[in-house]
Design a protein around this ligand. Sequence first.
Ligand SMILES: Nc1ncnc2c1ncn2[C@@H]1O[C@H](COP(=O)(O)OP(=O)(O)O)[C@@H](O)[C@H]1O
Ligand SMILES: [Mg+2]
Length: 361
Amino acid sequence: MENFVVSARKYRPQEFDTVVGQAHITDTLEHAIQENQLAQALLFCGPRGVGKTTCARILARKINERDGSTSEDGFSYNIFELDAASNNGVDEIRELTDQVRFAPQVGKYKIYIIDEVHMLSSAAFNAFLKTLEEPPAHAIFILATTEKHKIIPTILSRCQIYDFKRITIEDIQLQLKKIAEKEGIAYEDDALYMVAQKADGAMRDALSIFDRLSTFTQKNITLAKAAEVLNILDYDQYLNIVDLAHENRISEIVSAFNEIVKKGFDSHIFIAGLGNHFRDLMMAQNTNTLNLIEVGETTKTKYAAQSKKWSAQLLIDAIEICNHADINYKNSKNPRLTVEIALMQLASLTANGSADKKKSI
Ligand SMILES: Nc1ncnc2c1ncn2[C@@H]1O[C@H](COP(=O)(O)OP(=O)(O)O)[C@@H](O)[C@H]1O
Ligand SMILES: [Mg+2]
Protein backbone atom coordinates (compact mmCIF):
# COMPACT_ATOMS: atom_id res chain seq x y z
CA MET A 1 0.00 0.00 0.00
CA GLU A 2 1.33 3.36 -0.90
CA ASN A 3 2.00 5.67 2.01
CA PHE A 4 -0.73 8.20 2.55
CA VAL A 5 0.60 11.68 3.14
CA VAL A 6 -1.94 14.03 4.67
CA SER A 7 -2.82 16.89 2.35
CA ALA A 8 -1.85 19.52 4.90
CA ARG A 9 1.73 18.28 4.60
CA LYS A 10 1.73 17.37 0.97
CA TYR A 11 0.36 20.75 -0.01
CA ARG A 12 2.36 23.04 2.21
CA PRO A 13 3.23 25.95 -0.08
CA GLN A 14 6.91 26.23 -0.94
CA GLU A 15 6.72 29.70 -2.46
CA PHE A 16 5.03 32.92 -1.43
CA ASP A 17 2.89 32.99 -4.54
CA THR A 18 1.21 29.70 -3.66
CA VAL A 19 0.27 30.87 -0.18
CA VAL A 20 -3.46 31.50 -0.30
CA GLY A 21 -5.25 34.56 1.04
CA GLN A 22 -2.31 36.31 2.72
CA ALA A 23 -1.15 38.51 -0.15
CA HIS A 24 -0.92 41.54 2.14
CA ILE A 25 1.83 39.70 3.98
CA THR A 26 3.59 37.71 1.28
CA ASP A 27 3.85 40.78 -1.00
CA THR A 28 5.33 42.86 1.80
CA LEU A 29 7.84 40.17 2.72
CA GLU A 30 8.85 39.61 -0.87
CA HIS A 31 9.36 43.34 -1.27
CA ALA A 32 11.30 43.64 1.98
CA ILE A 33 13.70 40.92 0.84
CA GLN A 34 14.24 42.58 -2.53
CA GLU A 35 14.87 45.95 -0.95
CA ASN A 36 16.93 44.63 1.92
CA GLN A 37 14.52 46.13 4.39
CA LEU A 38 13.83 43.15 6.57
CA ALA A 39 13.60 43.76 10.28
CA GLN A 40 15.72 41.66 12.58
CA ALA A 41 12.73 40.40 14.44
CA LEU A 42 9.38 39.59 12.92
CA LEU A 43 6.28 38.38 14.63
CA PHE A 44 3.67 36.40 12.70
CA CYS A 45 0.32 36.48 14.47
CA GLY A 46 -3.03 34.99 13.60
CA PRO A 47 -5.35 32.05 14.03
CA ARG A 48 -4.09 28.50 13.60
CA GLY A 49 -3.79 26.88 10.22
CA VAL A 50 -3.55 30.02 8.11
CA GLY A 51 0.08 29.86 6.98
CA LYS A 52 2.27 31.35 9.71
CA THR A 53 4.74 28.48 9.98
CA THR A 54 4.62 28.01 6.22
CA CYS A 55 5.53 31.66 5.57
CA ALA A 56 8.20 31.63 8.27
CA ARG A 57 9.90 28.71 6.50
CA ILE A 58 9.58 30.24 3.05
CA LEU A 59 10.97 33.54 4.28
CA ALA A 60 13.88 31.88 6.05
CA ARG A 61 14.72 29.92 2.93
CA LYS A 62 14.52 33.02 0.74
CA ILE A 63 16.87 34.95 2.98
CA ASN A 64 19.32 32.08 2.85
CA GLU A 65 19.02 31.70 -0.88
CA ARG A 66 19.91 35.33 -1.32
CA ASP A 67 23.01 35.16 0.79
CA GLY A 68 24.16 31.91 -0.79
CA SER A 69 24.03 29.67 2.24
CA THR A 70 21.73 27.14 0.66
CA SER A 71 23.19 23.95 -0.72
CA GLU A 72 22.36 22.80 -4.24
CA ASP A 73 19.55 20.53 -3.10
CA GLY A 74 17.95 23.45 -1.31
CA PHE A 75 19.11 22.57 2.19
CA SER A 76 19.72 25.62 4.36
CA TYR A 77 22.49 25.46 6.92
CA ASN A 78 21.43 28.51 8.77
CA ILE A 79 17.82 27.94 9.67
CA PHE A 80 16.99 26.86 13.19
CA GLU A 81 13.49 26.02 14.21
CA LEU A 82 12.25 25.80 17.76
CA ASP A 83 8.71 24.78 18.50
CA ALA A 84 7.92 26.34 21.84
CA ALA A 85 4.83 24.16 22.13
CA SER A 86 7.05 21.13 22.67
CA ASN A 87 10.29 22.79 23.89
CA ASN A 88 9.22 25.52 26.20
CA GLY A 89 12.08 25.27 28.65
CA VAL A 90 14.82 27.60 29.57
CA ASP A 91 17.47 25.07 28.45
CA GLU A 92 16.48 25.13 24.81
CA ILE A 93 16.41 28.90 24.82
CA ARG A 94 19.82 29.07 26.55
CA GLU A 95 21.24 26.80 23.90
CA LEU A 96 19.70 28.98 21.25
CA THR A 97 20.99 32.22 22.76
CA ASP A 98 24.47 30.70 23.08
CA GLN A 99 24.49 29.70 19.43
CA VAL A 100 23.19 33.03 18.24
CA ARG A 101 26.37 34.81 19.18
CA PHE A 102 28.47 32.98 16.61
CA ALA A 103 28.38 34.27 13.08
CA PRO A 104 27.32 31.77 10.41
CA GLN A 105 30.09 29.82 8.70
CA VAL A 106 28.56 30.27 5.28
CA GLY A 107 26.33 33.11 4.19
CA LYS A 108 25.34 36.21 6.09
CA TYR A 109 22.41 35.31 8.28
CA LYS A 110 21.32 32.83 10.86
CA ILE A 111 17.57 32.60 10.98
CA TYR A 112 15.71 31.45 14.04
CA ILE A 113 12.09 30.44 13.80
CA ILE A 114 10.40 30.23 17.15
CA ASP A 115 6.96 28.81 16.66
CA GLU A 116 4.13 29.16 19.18
CA VAL A 117 6.31 31.64 21.02
CA HIS A 118 3.58 32.39 23.59
CA MET A 119 4.20 28.90 25.00
CA LEU A 120 7.69 29.71 26.26
CA SER A 121 7.91 29.56 30.02
CA SER A 122 8.47 32.95 31.60
CA ALA A 123 12.06 32.05 32.52
CA ALA A 124 12.69 31.08 28.92
CA PHE A 125 11.00 34.22 27.75
CA ASN A 126 13.24 36.37 29.88
CA ALA A 127 16.37 34.62 28.72
CA PHE A 128 15.28 35.18 25.17
CA LEU A 129 14.42 38.81 25.74
CA LYS A 130 18.05 39.70 26.36
CA THR A 131 19.01 38.35 22.96
CA LEU A 132 16.16 40.11 21.31
CA GLU A 133 17.15 43.41 22.91
CA GLU A 134 20.58 43.36 21.34
CA PRO A 135 20.63 40.83 18.58
CA PRO A 136 23.89 40.29 16.71
CA ALA A 137 23.77 41.70 13.19
CA HIS A 138 23.69 38.26 11.59
CA ALA A 139 20.62 37.05 13.47
CA ILE A 140 17.07 37.20 12.22
CA PHE A 141 14.19 36.03 14.40
CA ILE A 142 10.87 34.95 13.04
CA LEU A 143 8.41 34.40 15.85
CA ALA A 144 4.95 32.98 15.35
CA THR A 145 1.97 32.88 17.65
CA THR A 146 -1.75 32.32 17.74
CA GLU A 147 -2.00 34.39 20.89
CA LYS A 148 -0.67 37.85 20.32
CA HIS A 149 -2.27 39.12 23.53
CA LYS A 150 0.01 36.84 25.54
CA ILE A 151 3.16 38.40 24.12
CA ILE A 152 4.62 40.96 26.46
CA PRO A 153 4.90 44.56 25.21
CA THR A 154 8.71 44.55 25.36
CA ILE A 155 8.77 41.81 22.74
CA LEU A 156 5.99 43.30 20.67
CA SER A 157 7.78 46.62 20.51
CA ARG A 158 10.91 44.97 19.14
CA CYS A 159 9.20 43.11 16.35
CA GLN A 160 7.79 43.98 13.02
CA ILE A 161 4.29 42.57 13.32
CA TYR A 162 2.45 40.69 10.59
CA ASP A 163 -1.19 39.87 11.17
CA PHE A 164 -2.36 36.81 9.28
CA LYS A 165 -6.02 36.65 8.41
CA ARG A 166 -8.52 33.85 8.40
CA ILE A 167 -8.85 32.61 4.87
CA THR A 168 -12.14 33.29 3.09
CA ILE A 169 -14.52 30.46 2.27
CA GLU A 170 -14.05 31.14 -1.46
CA ASP A 171 -10.25 30.98 -1.24
CA ILE A 172 -10.36 27.73 0.72
CA GLN A 173 -12.90 26.23 -1.67
CA LEU A 174 -10.68 27.09 -4.63
CA GLN A 175 -7.63 25.53 -3.00
CA LEU A 176 -9.59 22.35 -2.24
CA LYS A 177 -10.71 22.22 -5.87
CA LYS A 178 -7.13 22.44 -7.10
CA ILE A 179 -6.03 19.67 -4.76
CA ALA A 180 -9.03 17.47 -5.64
CA GLU A 181 -8.17 17.82 -9.30
CA LYS A 182 -4.52 16.94 -8.74
CA GLU A 183 -5.50 13.94 -6.64
CA GLY A 184 -8.18 12.73 -9.06
CA ILE A 185 -10.93 13.13 -6.50
CA ALA A 186 -14.45 13.75 -7.83
CA TYR A 187 -16.38 16.45 -5.99
CA GLU A 188 -19.48 18.57 -5.99
CA ASP A 189 -18.64 22.25 -5.74
CA ASP A 190 -21.09 22.80 -2.95
CA ALA A 191 -19.59 19.98 -0.92
CA LEU A 192 -16.22 21.72 -1.00
CA TYR A 193 -17.97 24.95 -0.09
CA MET A 194 -19.45 23.23 2.96
CA VAL A 195 -16.03 21.93 3.98
CA ALA A 196 -14.52 25.38 3.55
CA GLN A 197 -17.28 26.88 5.64
CA LYS A 198 -16.81 24.35 8.40
CA ALA A 199 -13.07 25.05 8.50
CA ASP A 200 -13.79 28.54 9.77
CA GLY A 201 -10.89 30.22 8.02
CA ALA A 202 -8.21 27.63 8.73
CA MET A 203 -6.73 25.93 5.68
CA ARG A 204 -5.24 23.17 7.80
CA ASP A 205 -8.66 22.24 9.16
CA ALA A 206 -10.15 22.35 5.68
CA LEU A 207 -7.49 19.97 4.41
CA SER A 208 -7.96 17.50 7.21
CA ILE A 209 -11.73 17.43 6.76
CA PHE A 210 -11.11 17.05 3.04
CA ASP A 211 -8.85 14.02 3.62
CA ARG A 212 -11.40 12.43 5.92
CA LEU A 213 -14.16 12.93 3.38
CA SER A 214 -12.12 11.70 0.50
CA THR A 215 -11.42 8.44 2.33
CA PHE A 216 -14.99 8.08 3.54
CA THR A 217 -16.49 8.69 0.09
CA GLN A 218 -13.85 6.73 -1.79
CA LYS A 219 -12.82 9.82 -3.68
CA ASN A 220 -16.26 11.04 -4.63
CA ILE A 221 -17.16 13.95 -2.40
CA THR A 222 -20.86 14.76 -2.69
CA LEU A 223 -22.75 17.38 -0.75
CA ALA A 224 -24.92 14.76 0.93
CA LYS A 225 -21.87 12.79 2.12
CA ALA A 226 -20.13 15.94 3.27
CA ALA A 227 -23.17 16.90 5.30
CA GLU A 228 -23.30 13.41 6.77
CA VAL A 229 -19.66 13.35 7.79
CA LEU A 230 -19.70 16.87 9.15
CA ASN A 231 -22.95 16.20 10.90
CA ILE A 232 -24.49 19.24 9.27
CA LEU A 233 -28.09 19.18 8.24
CA ASP A 234 -28.00 19.03 4.47
CA TYR A 235 -29.40 22.16 2.80
CA ASP A 236 -31.72 19.88 0.86
CA GLN A 237 -33.48 18.84 4.04
CA TYR A 238 -34.37 22.44 4.80
CA LEU A 239 -35.44 23.00 1.22
CA ASN A 240 -37.71 19.99 1.55
CA ILE A 241 -39.20 21.11 4.88
CA VAL A 242 -39.92 24.54 3.46
CA ASP A 243 -41.61 23.09 0.39
CA LEU A 244 -43.78 20.92 2.63
CA ALA A 245 -44.67 24.02 4.64
CA HIS A 246 -45.61 25.87 1.49
CA GLU A 247 -47.91 23.07 0.42
CA ASN A 248 -49.56 22.84 3.87
CA ARG A 249 -48.54 19.25 4.31
CA ILE A 250 -48.68 19.18 8.08
CA SER A 251 -48.36 15.46 8.71
CA GLU A 252 -45.47 15.10 6.30
CA ILE A 253 -43.59 18.03 7.77
CA VAL A 254 -43.87 16.52 11.23
CA SER A 255 -42.66 13.15 10.00
CA ALA A 256 -39.77 14.72 8.11
CA PHE A 257 -38.76 16.36 11.38
CA ASN A 258 -39.09 13.03 13.14
CA GLU A 259 -36.67 11.46 10.64
CA ILE A 260 -34.16 14.21 11.25
CA VAL A 261 -34.35 13.71 15.02
CA LYS A 262 -33.98 9.96 14.54
CA LYS A 263 -30.71 10.57 12.71
CA GLY A 264 -29.43 12.20 15.86
CA PHE A 265 -29.71 15.86 14.99
CA ASP A 266 -30.39 18.25 17.79
CA SER A 267 -33.88 19.71 17.43
CA HIS A 268 -32.86 23.08 18.84
CA ILE A 269 -30.16 23.42 16.19
CA PHE A 270 -32.70 22.26 13.65
CA ILE A 271 -35.25 24.97 14.39
CA ALA A 272 -32.60 27.68 14.61
CA GLY A 273 -31.22 26.44 11.28
CA LEU A 274 -34.69 26.50 9.75
CA GLY A 275 -35.07 30.12 10.86
CA ASN A 276 -31.78 30.84 9.19
CA HIS A 277 -32.96 29.10 6.06
CA PHE A 278 -36.00 31.39 5.89
CA ARG A 279 -33.67 34.32 6.43
CA ASP A 280 -31.57 33.11 3.53
CA LEU A 281 -34.70 32.87 1.37
CA MET A 282 -35.42 36.49 2.20
CA MET A 283 -31.90 37.41 1.05
CA ALA A 284 -32.32 35.28 -2.05
CA GLN A 285 -35.32 37.31 -3.19
CA ASN A 286 -33.09 40.16 -4.17
CA THR A 287 -29.95 39.97 -6.28
CA ASN A 288 -28.36 42.64 -4.09
CA THR A 289 -28.54 40.43 -1.04
CA LEU A 290 -28.09 37.07 -2.73
CA ASN A 291 -24.41 37.19 -1.88
CA LEU A 292 -25.10 37.42 1.83
CA ILE A 293 -26.05 33.75 1.80
CA GLU A 294 -23.21 31.50 2.80
CA VAL A 295 -23.81 28.47 0.62
CA GLY A 296 -22.29 27.14 -2.58
CA GLU A 297 -23.43 28.31 -6.02
CA THR A 298 -25.69 25.36 -6.89
CA THR A 299 -27.44 25.61 -3.54
CA LYS A 300 -27.80 29.36 -3.99
CA THR A 301 -29.71 28.77 -7.23
CA LYS A 302 -32.02 26.39 -5.39
CA TYR A 303 -32.60 28.99 -2.69
CA ALA A 304 -33.37 31.64 -5.28
CA ALA A 305 -35.93 29.34 -6.94
CA GLN A 306 -37.57 28.45 -3.65
CA SER A 307 -37.71 32.06 -2.50
CA LYS A 308 -39.86 32.99 -5.50
CA LYS A 309 -42.71 30.91 -4.13
CA TRP A 310 -42.92 32.97 -0.96
CA SER A 311 -44.06 36.54 -0.40
CA ALA A 312 -41.77 38.72 1.69
CA GLN A 313 -44.45 39.02 4.35
CA LEU A 314 -44.85 35.26 4.66
CA LEU A 315 -41.10 34.87 4.98
CA ILE A 316 -41.05 37.39 7.81
CA ASP A 317 -43.85 35.48 9.50
CA ALA A 318 -41.93 32.24 9.06
CA ILE A 319 -38.77 33.74 10.52
CA GLU A 320 -40.78 34.97 13.48
CA ILE A 321 -42.29 31.55 14.09
CA CYS A 322 -38.85 29.90 14.06
CA ASN A 323 -37.35 32.61 16.21
CA HIS A 324 -40.17 32.27 18.73
CA ALA A 325 -39.60 28.51 18.98
CA ASP A 326 -35.86 29.02 19.23
CA ILE A 327 -36.27 31.42 22.15
CA ASN A 328 -38.84 29.27 23.96
CA TYR A 329 -37.01 26.02 23.38
CA LYS A 330 -34.92 26.02 26.53
CA ASN A 331 -37.80 26.93 28.83
CA SER A 332 -40.23 24.48 27.38
CA LYS A 333 -41.12 21.32 29.32
CA ASN A 334 -41.57 19.61 25.99
CA PRO A 335 -39.12 21.20 23.58
CA ARG A 336 -39.90 18.73 20.85
CA LEU A 337 -43.51 19.83 20.92
CA THR A 338 -42.35 23.44 20.72
CA VAL A 339 -40.63 22.63 17.45
CA GLU A 340 -43.59 20.63 16.18
CA ILE A 341 -45.99 23.46 16.91
CA ALA A 342 -43.72 25.80 14.99
CA LEU A 343 -43.67 23.39 12.06
CA MET A 344 -47.45 23.13 12.07
CA GLN A 345 -47.74 26.90 12.13
CA LEU A 346 -45.29 27.12 9.24
CA ALA A 347 -47.30 24.56 7.32
CA SER A 348 -50.41 26.66 7.85
CA LEU A 349 -48.94 29.96 6.71
CA THR A 350 -49.95 29.82 3.09
CA ALA A 351 -53.36 28.38 3.96
CA ASN A 352 -54.20 31.09 6.46
CA GLY A 353 -52.64 34.01 4.71
CA SER A 354 -50.37 36.08 6.85
CA ALA A 355 -52.99 38.34 8.43
CA ASP A 356 -54.96 35.49 10.00
CA LYS A 357 -51.88 33.77 11.23
CA LYS A 358 -50.84 36.67 13.40
CA LYS A 359 -53.81 36.01 15.67
CA SER A 360 -53.08 32.35 16.05
CA ILE A 361 -49.53 32.69 17.40
N1 LIG B 1 -2.43 30.45 3.45
C1 LIG B 1 -2.30 29.15 3.11
N2 LIG B 1 -2.23 28.78 1.81
C2 LIG B 1 -2.13 27.48 1.46
N3 LIG B 1 -2.06 26.47 2.36
C3 LIG B 1 -2.13 26.78 3.67
C4 LIG B 1 -2.24 28.14 4.11
N4 LIG B 1 -2.27 28.15 5.44
C5 LIG B 1 -2.18 26.88 5.83
N5 LIG B 1 -2.11 26.04 4.78
C6 LIG B 1 -2.05 24.57 4.84
O1 LIG B 1 -2.15 24.19 6.21
C7 LIG B 1 -0.94 23.59 6.67
C8 LIG B 1 -0.55 24.18 7.99
O2 LIG B 1 -0.25 25.55 7.85
P1 LIG B 1 0.72 26.31 8.85
O3 LIG B 1 1.51 27.28 8.05
O4 LIG B 1 1.50 25.33 9.66
O5 LIG B 1 -0.33 27.07 9.75
P2 LIG B 1 -0.10 27.94 11.06
O6 LIG B 1 1.36 27.97 11.36
O7 LIG B 1 -0.67 29.29 10.74
O8 LIG B 1 -0.90 27.25 12.13
C9 LIG B 1 0.09 23.87 5.58
O9 LIG B 1 0.98 22.79 5.47
C10 LIG B 1 -0.75 24.00 4.33
O10 LIG B 1 -1.03 22.74 3.78
MG1 LIG C 1 2.25 27.02 13.03
